[in-house]
Design a protein around this ligand. Structure first.
Ligand code: DUC
Ligand code: ZN
Ligand code: ZN
Length: 467
């Protein structure tokens, strides 16, 4: 086996920063030791003056997702390469069962897209596009045989991914039995469809109306309903995805205060971007920021509340909901009708940096930064302690992060397959310096050395938070 030593850095773990050298043998971490106590290794990475953190775990991506008559523009190859550039060494993507399709066929199609293509390790959640007797049986089989222990349901998108309350309850009851996590897209889709039709009838066709017709109240209502349905299903574990609104956060916080098995994630776009400044950009420009849940108004308290929720652990995880579409030919499908703009923002490359900016701004501690981007998603989705921590026995997924570096986000320099950036021009204090995945250096001195096929499929266990 070849050894690798990451020396001189400050290792950030759940119990705080410690000065330690990290020794890797093959694909695993074998020890953390006093600085300078190990002097030889086949490869030495100098982390002096830098943070040494576990590789990022992005628990919410959509490579090649079919949506609105097109496909998300990152393949597993381009998307995982961009993830590696940004310090994310594990993604959990969503395999899709379309309505009318067998769950196992949807899953097989996802494996076929990803197999041999990935630069970093990957796992799958399963989207259930139709909850029926077969799908319920498939849930058991995926948990037992496939290492897929979480299922996403949609309260939005009637006619596409939507499940009604009865279907949701049945899937939750099944999850309570087999130990899986239910992930919920919590927006009231039928009510949104009414608002969308009314807006279009009034001639309101610009991208900003995507946000106006998906009001925060319909996210809070659906979040509350999901929490009640999970209670009826004997407190089945529930994870609210891409939470963007203060009202929804309040419902999650209430449930957590009551000791319920309720968790939530937010995404960088909801922490930094707003309905007025981005979605409301002049003309059709705002289409770049059409995603669901939508960006929220800066005149309300959403962004501030989300940062607080991250500090208090009412929000446990930051994922990207990476779902990129090019402006040309893809977002443009919705010129003259905002409801035809494919929903999604690409950001898999920038999550680690954008959340480090939260540390610089005094919103998060260093430990909380690492928890929300790596440790907690690994625990939440059955990948811990293999992923999400720098500890003996864990995979050697390690990022050396330079707090004195600077990152400027731009379409000119990013590696995602999209013709614009949702964070164009953002300057961040901090920079991904070196990226190691299972003992292999992917990025060093600004030079990318990774390759497609290095990334392996990860079978996941049950959530560490399961009670
Ligand atoms: N939201 C998005 O913005 N894109 C894909 C699916 C979703 O729920
Ligand atoms: Zn969603
Ligand atoms: Zn999503």
């Amino acid at each position: 086996m070849t050894t690798l030593l990451v020396k001189g850095g400050k290792v950030i773990g759940p119990s705080g920063p410690i000065d330690a050298d990290v020794l890797v043998d093959g694909e695993r971490i074998v020890s953390l030791s006093l600085p300078g106590s190990i002097t030889t290794a086949d490869t030495v990475v100098d982390a002096t003056g830098k943070y040494v953190i576990p590789g990022g775990v992005d628990a919410h991506t959509h490579m090649e997702l079919p949506f609105g008559g097109t496909f998300a523009s990152d393949t597993f190859e381009t998307g995982t390469r961009a993830a590696a550039w940004g310090g994310t060494t594990t993604i959990i993507d969503f395999a899709v069962q379309r309505t009318g399709e067998r769950v196992q066929d949807g899953l097989a199609a996802w494996h076929a897209k990803a197999d041999g293509q990935c630069h970093v390790d990957y796992a799958f959640h399963q989207i259930l596009g139709g909850v029926d007797e077969d799908a319920l049986k498939a849930m058991d089989q995926l948990v037992t045989d496939e290492g897929i222990t979480s299922f996403k349901l949609f309260m939005a998108y009637p006619g596409v991914f939507y499940s009604d309350d009865g279907q949701i309850l049945r899937a939750m009851q099944r999850a309570r039995e087999n130990g899986a996590m239910i992930m919920m897209h919590a927006e009231n889709g039928p009510a949104i469809d009414v608002l969308v039709a009314q807006a279009l009838a009034r001639g309101e066709t610009d991208p900003v109306h995507h946000g106006i017709t998906r009001p925060a109240a319909l996210e809070a209502e659906a979040t509350s309903r999901a929490i009640y349905l999970a209670e009826v299903a004997k407190d089945t574990p529930l994870y609210i995805v891409h939470l963007s609104a203060s009202g929804a956060l309040a419902r999650v916080a209430e449930a957590r205060d009551a000791g319920r098995n309720v968790f939530a994630e937010t995404c960088p776009q909801y922490l930094y971007l707003t309905l007025e400044d981005q979605l409301g950009a002049p003309g059709f420009e705002g289409a770049k920021w059409v995603c669901s849940t939508p960006l929220r108004s800066k005149h309300e308290s959403h962004g501030r509340d989300l940062w607080r929720g991250l500090r208090t652990n009412d929000l446990s995880v930051v994922s990207t909901d990476h779902c990129p579409f090019c402006f040309k030919d893809q977002k443009e499908l919705g010129v003259g009708d905002f409801s035809k703009i494919p929903n999604g923002i690409g950001g898999v490359e920038h999550r680690v940096d954008l959340l480090y900016q939260g540390v610089v701004d005094g919103q998060l501690s260093l430990e909380r930064w690492v928890e929300t981007i790596a440790t907690t998603p690994a625990r939440m989705f059955g990948l811990y302690p293999r992923k999400g921590v720098i500890a003996p026995g864990s995979d050697a997924d390690i990022v050396v992060y330079d707090p004195d570096g600077r990152t400027r986000i731009s379409v000119e320099t990013h590696h995602m397959n999209m013709d614009h950036s949702a964070f164009e021009g953002y300057e961040i204090a901090g920079k991904v310096d070196t990226v190691i995945s299972r003992g292999t250096v992917l990025l060093e001195d600004g030079v990318y050395r990774g390759r497609k096929g290095h990334g392996q499929y990860l079978r996941r266990g049950l959530s560490s938070y399961l009670t």
